[in-house]
Design a protein around this ligand. Structure first.
Ligand code: ZN
Length: 135
């Protein structure tokens, strides 16, 4: 699925493994090697135990819609051809909540608790953005 967006995400040392995984079509999550807590967005320190030791694991890509809004008015130039669209928080099976878009369904049909799965929106030929669709 290719699209245009007003900007392309730029990786930093904390997020490089996440974006590399997305480029392969894999949703990657950090997991603390001390307390085993998954976390997202990526960060150098565990929110649970403050350890700086982590590993990257491929997530299942499944979750449920925790909450969402339907954006009907473009928030800035470059978004006009996308409205209406859904901005949602997806509760991933692994635990973290993930801010994303729900695609592949009419915005008015999205419901809280809806099972969703990840897919990858190609942005510029090399960068892919994880978004979610009904499953
Ligand atoms: Zn921890």
């Amino acid at each position: 699925m290719a699209s245009t967006r007003p900007y392309i995400p730029v990786a930093n040392p904390d997020t490089q493994a996440f974006w590399d995984g997305a480029g392969r079509g894999e949703l990657m999550l950090q997991r603390c090697v001390v307390c085993q807590a998954f976390r997202h967005p990526p960060s150098p320190i565990c929110h649970n135990c403050l350890s700086n030791k982590h590993e990257w694991l491929k997530a299942s890509g499944r979750g449920t819609v925790f909450t969402f809004v339907v954006v009907r008015q473009a928030p800035a130039r470059g978004w006009g051809d996308r409205v209406p669209y859904v901005v949602a928080v997806v509760a991933l099976e692994e635990g973290p909540h993930y801010l994303t878009n729900i695609v592949g369904i009419a915005p008015e049909a999205v419901t809280i608790g809806m099972p969703v799965e990840v897919m990858f929106e190609e942005l510029d030929g090399t960068t892919k953005l994880p978004v979610f669709r009904p499953r």
